[in-house]
Design a protein around this ligand. Structure first.
Ligand SMILES: [Zn+2]
Length: 236
C-alpha cells in the first residue's frame, strides 16, 4: 500500500444505496469492486460525531479503488450529520434502537461534553428496530456477513472490544488509547450489543478529543489499514 495520497478530490470507489433515511437521503456503502469485504467500517451512527465521516472519507479518497478491501459506511445517520444531532431526524438515538434482548423503551440520556450532567433525553424509538437506518443496516450486515465490524464514535478515547481481539489490541497500541471491555455504562439496544448477539465481532472505536491535525496523523493510517486488508491475517 502506498503511503502517499493518490488524490484528495471526489470519492471514486464503487458504492451502492442500502436504504434511505427518513429525510430521503441515501444510506450508502462503499465496497471493493472485485471481492466480498471481510470488514465493515462505519462512521457517524451518532450525527454529532461526524469527524468520523471526515476522517474515513479522507482515508477512502487517499487510496485507489483497487486497494479497497473492506466495506465502508461514511455516515450511518446522514440526517443527524446534516443537522449536527446525535439522533436521527425523528429524534431517535440509532445506537439504542437495535433489537437486542436488553432494548428498553426508556429515554436515553446523554451529555454533550465530558463532565457535564448526563441529562439530555433522546428516544430509543417507539419499538426496537423502528428506524429506517437501523433496519437497513441490519439487512446490509445480514447480506455482507462481515467477520468484523468497526464502528467509529467520539470522544471517549478508547477501543472497546469485549473479546479483546488481536486487532483491537493492535489498534489500541498504535493509537495510544486504552483497550476496554465496555464503555463503562449500560447501552441497551446499542449496535454493539446487537452485533454481539449475532456473534459478529465488533470493535467500537472511540476517537479522542484533539486537534484535527493530530487526529488525522494518528488515526488515518489505522483506518487505512482497516480498509485495505492489512488486518485480514488477524481475523479469526
Ligand atoms: Zn457515539
Amino acid at each position: 500500500m502506498s503511503d502517499s495520497p493518490v488524490e484528495f478530490g471526489p470519492l471514486r470507489h464503487k458504492s451502492r444505496e442500502y436504504g434511505f433515511s427518513p429525510k430521503g437521503l441515501a444510506l450508502e456503502v462503499f465496497e471493493p469492486s472485485a471481492e466480498l469485504p471481510e470488514i465493515l467500517v462505519m462512521g457517524s451512527i451518532h450525527g454529532d460525531e461526524s469527524l468520523s465521516t471526515v476522517l474515513l472519507s479522507e482515508c477512502l479518497r487517499s487510496i485507489q479503488p483497487s486497494e479497497l478491501k473492506s466495506a465502508v459506511i461514511l455516515a450511518a445517520n446522514p440526517d443527524g450529520v446534516l443537522a449536527g444531532t446525535r439522533c436521527n431526524s425523528r429524534g431517535v438515538d440509532l445506537n439504542r434502537n437495535f433489537p437486542t434482548e436488553n432494548w428498553s423503551a426508556e429515554p436515553v440520556y446523554y451529555r454533550n461534553r465530558p463532565g457535564s450532567p448526563q441529562n439530555i433525553a433522546l428516544s430509543p424509538g417507539v419499538t426496537a428496530g423502528s428506524e429506517a437506518e437501523t433496519k437497513a443496516l441490519i439487512s446490509l450486515i445480514k447480506t455482507l456477513k462481515p467477520s468484523l465490524v468497526v464502528s467509529i464514535h467520539g470522544f471517549l478515547a478508547c477501543i472497546d472490544d469485549p473479546d479483546a481481539s488481536p486487532i483491537a489490541e493492535n489498534i489500541a497500541g498504535r493509537s495510544g488509547m486504552e483497550l476496554v471491555p465496555d464503555v463503562g455504562y449500560s447501552t441497551p439496544g446499542s449496535f454493539g450489543s446487537w452485533c454481539k448477539e449475532q456473534n459478529i465481532p465488533i470493535i467500537t472505536y472511540e476517537l479522542p478529543s484533539m486537534g484535527m491535525t493530530e487526529l488525522k496523523r494518528i488515526h488515518i493510517p489505522i483506518f487505512k489499514d482497516l480498509i485495505t486488508g492489512h488486518y485480514h491475517s488477524l481475523l479469526k
